[in-house]
Design a protein around this ligand. Structure first.
Ligand SMILES: [Mg+2]
Length: 412
């Protein structure tokens, strides 16, 4: 009855999600011993909301984002503090430095959360659990704070696991237990499924994760777009988002300010081809593929717009990028002449063989052409060779701009 699509072999990866326990109030309790064991709430203004609540305050039903007036009613003996953001940021930096010291690839997700990819560390620790225990001990010794850690084959599962035994928890989900784990998981536990969406899902009679698979991917995508596609992936246990350390590139782009402002779509398309060549080449060099392609236009009055398209499959081929930006351009109504045009690719996905990729013969040809051009460019430089189209493009750009210039005084 459920899809038999294999859970992608993302399981080779080991991802940690580290989440500090009641971070702001725990920092206050660590700095001020007299606050330990007390219901502490960050937020004082009568008209504001609580920024955080200690576990002691949570026992009274106080939650973060709750209006302070309501929190005071629920917990009149609560200690309401103004909060010290600068101090929390300092402690956060200290915690992140500890994680980075122990793990090679770390992505900070918020002031008190981080992902770490430890798939390359199997030689150094007996098991991911041993590493996580060491990490927890080090953080507690150096900051006096506890955290909860989830270890799983990918990001979304790791995040669910870090929340599983809070506070001071450590939950490991081995690859072979993922399916069983998901089979008994309420759909509301999937990050991104908020209260409103959850209500809609319940109206479709979907309460548990496997219920999602009663409908096809096409159903979910048609109904909820990218969000629906994500939900279907998660129900299969799939999450291809890599852990990206902040130094790592998150997008590739190229842009050009035109010699003369223009509304001529031929000229604009020619630039898009040159940019697709450049961006594609760069992506292949850093071994990234992206699913989001964007077109940036700046007009002669300096107003600008950016249009995005999300592809069904991550790409780094010149042809795919060019096809996407020209499609975006075709949809764009040009009320003013364009002075700058740009192409970007973002939302990178892992490139290594995670999912079987079925490519058409045409796509295979394009890939081969890209590889050949890359080899030549790596040897002789970016401008050493171009597709026939973009050679023509260069020539056209020059001549068209010249003829355009002479027409510039004509109002459009
Ligand atoms: Mg937290």
């Amino acid at each position: 009855m459920y899809s038999t699509t294999p859970l992608a072999n993302t399981f080779q990866a080991s991802i940690l999600h580290i989440d500090m326990d009641a971070f702001f109030t725990s920092v206050e309790q660590a700095d001020h011993p007299e606050l330990r064991g007390q219901p502490v709430i960050i937020g004082q203004s009568q008209r504001g909301v609580a920024a955080a609540a200690s576990y002691e305050a949570r026992r009274y039903g106080v939650r973060s984002a709750m209006p302070i007036a309501q929190a005071r009613k629920l917990c009149p003996q609560g200690i309401f503090l103004p909060g010290r953001m600068a101090r929390y940021k300092d402690v956060s930096a200290q915690v992140m430095a500890i994680i980075q010291d122990l793990c090679p690839v770390v992505e900070q997700a918020s002031v008190d959360e981080a992902y770490a990819d430890i798939s390359g560390m199997t030689q150094l620790y007996a098991s991911p659990r041993v590493l996580a225990e060491h990490l927890k001990k080090t953080i507690q010794a150096q900051t006096g704070l506890t955290c909860s850690i989830g270890i799983a084959p990918n990001k979304f599962l790791a995040k669910i696991c870090s929340d599983w035994q809070k506070p001071d928890g450590l939950t490991v989900l081995p690859p072979e237990q993922v399916r069983t784990f998901l089979d008994t998981l309420p759909v509301s536990k999937i990050p991104g499924v908020g209260p409103r969406w959850h209500k809609e899902l319940l109206s479709l009679d979907i309460s548990m994760v496997p219920d999602v698979l009663r409908f096809s991917r096409a159903f979910w995508t048609a109904r909820y777009g990218q969000r629906g596609d994500m939900l279907y992936d998660r129900a299969l246990g799939v999450d291809l988002r890599p852990v990206l350390s902040h130094e790592e590139r998150k997008s590739c782009s190229a842009e050009h300010t035109l010699d003369a402002d223009t509304k001529d779509r031929d000229i604009l398309r020619h630039w898009l081809l040159l940019q697709a060549e450049r961006v594609g080449h760069e992506l292949r060099k850093i071994q990234k593929k992206g699913v989001c392609v964007s077109l940036k236009l700046k007009f002669n009055d300096f107003s600008q717009c950016c249009r995005n398209i999300t592809l069904g499959m991550a790409t780094n081929t010149t042809q795919d990028i060019y096809a996407a930006t020209t499609a975006l351009l075709a949809r764009q109504h040009l009320t003013r002449p364009v002075r700058l045009i740009g192409t970007g690719v973002s939302q990178f996905r892992l490139t290594a063989g995670l999912l079987p990729v079925i490519r058409t013969e045409q796509q295979a040809k394009q890939q081969k052409l890209d590889t050949t051009l890359d080899t030549i460019r790596n040897k002789f430089g970016m401008n050493s060779i171009a597709r026939a189209d973009s050679q023509i493009a260069r020539a056209c750009v020059t001549t068209d701009l010249l003829s355009k210039k002479s027409q510039r005084s004509d109002p459009e």
